[in-house]
Structures are given as structure tokens and as C-alpha cells.
Design a protein around this ligand. Structure first.
Ligand code: AMP
Length: 198
């Protein structure tokens, strides 16, 4: 199976690129951000809890996102793999994902990290906020806080995957098409390398 973790700070373009990648490689796209926003739109209890945290730029508890992913992985389906977008965001979530995939006799294949300057991140998020209607995209203090939370809780995952030789930094500045090409090439060269090993 090809299981990709699409990683990077908020505003790095994970959502946009995830759509291309899922299509190109026929993967099931799992975005915890999208799943949480669905809960908010449906006004469920989980949605209410998530909304309060997301609008402040805080992470939702690990247990919440882990069970959401667990449920999706349980669904029987034939797929060549999964594309995880915005998950895992903490070391605990990464460990849980490893365990869940192991249960399904699978594992994370690669972690692709989109590298984008902080100034560009803030610019992109702010611009997105003008049309997305996302409360967490409009307020500058919340945007800065999300980047701090990323550096504090999420960035440690880089060494988590690096130590497993699964970490691939990807140039995340440029046009959407250029970044999509960077991602595609990296995945294809990893796939080639793996086939040679077989
Ligand atoms: P995203 O669409 O991935 O930027 O996620 C939007 C917000 O949802 C984040 O700022 C978090 O508040 C929350 N969220 C999404 N995924 C996770 C996750 N894996 N762990 C904790 N919180 C998450």
C-alpha cells in the first residue's frame, strides 16, 4: 500500500495539494480538518467542542482525531492507499497511526513536508480567510498562534519520521502546479527505489 502523510505548517498548501495527489495516485484522502469542519457544519456535540478549539487556533484532543481516523480505516474498501492530510499533528497521533496501520498489516510509506516561509504562510492563510469564511483564518493573532502550535507540537514529527527514513522535505514555495510536480516526482522516485529493492 502507498500511505502518504502530507505534512507542513498551516497555510503550506496541504489541502490543495492533497486533492491533486489523491487523484494522481488513486488514494483515499483523509483530512482531519475537513472531517472536523463537517462535524461543525452538522452542529454535532463533537462539532461544538471542535469549533471552540479550532477558532482559537488550538489543536483538538488527540483522542478525538485518532478515533475519527480509526473509524475511517475500519471501513472495508479496496484502495491502493491513504493520503493523510493534517494528521498526525502530534507524536502521540503518529504513534497511534502506526498502530492502527499495523492492525491493517500496513504502514506509513512516506512523510512529505511542504516547506514554506513564515511570512508566506501568514499571507496565504489571511488571503484564504477572505473567501473561506474560516474563523481561524481571519484573525492575525490566531494565525500566528497556529504557527506557534505547529512549531511546538507538530514540528517534532519531523524527527519522528526522519529517524524512520521516511521524511522528505518538499519545496512548498512556487505555483500550485510546480509544487504538485515536486510532490509527484518525489513519490514516483520513492516508488521506483522501492521496486528496485524487491
Ligand atoms: P486544517 O484544516 O488541517 O488546517 O485543520 C484546521 C484545524 O482543525 C486545526 O487548526 C486544528 O484546530 C484542528 N485539527 C485538524 N487536524 C487536527 C489534528 N490531527 N489534531 C488536532 N487538531 C486538528
Amino acid at each position: 500500500m502507498l500511505n502518504l502523510v502530507l505534512f507542513g505548517p498551516p497555510g503550506a498548501g496541504k489541502g490543495t495539494q492533497a486533492h491533486f495527489l489523491a487523484q494522481s495516485f488513486n488514494l483515499v484522502h483523509l483530512s482531519t480538518g475537513d472531517l472536523l469542519r463537517n462535524e461543525i457544519a452538522a452542529n454535532t456535540d463533537l462539532g461544538k467542542l471542535a469549533d471552540a478549539l479550532i477558532s482559537k487556533g488550538e489543536l483538538v484532543p488527540d483522542s478525538v482525531v485518532i478515533s475519527m481516523i480509526e473509524e475511517r480505516l475500519k471501513k472495508p474498501r479496496s484502495t491502493v492507499g491513504f493520503l493523510f492530510d493534517g494528521f498526525p499533528r502530534t507524536v502521540l497521533q503518529a504513534q497511534a497511526l502506526d498502530k492502527l496501520l499495523m492492525k491493517h498489516h500496513s504502514k506509513v510509506s512516506v512523510m512529505l513536508c511542504l516547506m514554506v516561509d513564515k511570512k508566506e504562510l501568514i499571507d496565504r492563510i489571511y488571503k484564504r480567510g477572505l473567501t473561506s469564511g474560516r474563523a481561524d483564518d481571519i484573525d492575525l493573532a490566531t494565525i500566528e498562534h497556529r504557527i506557534d502550535v505547529y512549531n511546538d507540537k507538530t514540528a517534532p514529527l519531523i524527527s519522528y519520521y526522519e529517524s524512520q527514513q521516511k521524511y522528505y522535505p518538499i519545496q512548498g514555495m512556487g505555483t500550485i502546479e510546480e509544487i504538485a510536480e515536486n510532490l509527484k516526482h518525489t513519490i514516483q522516485s520513492i516508488q521506483k527505489k522501492h521496486t528496485h529493492h524487491l
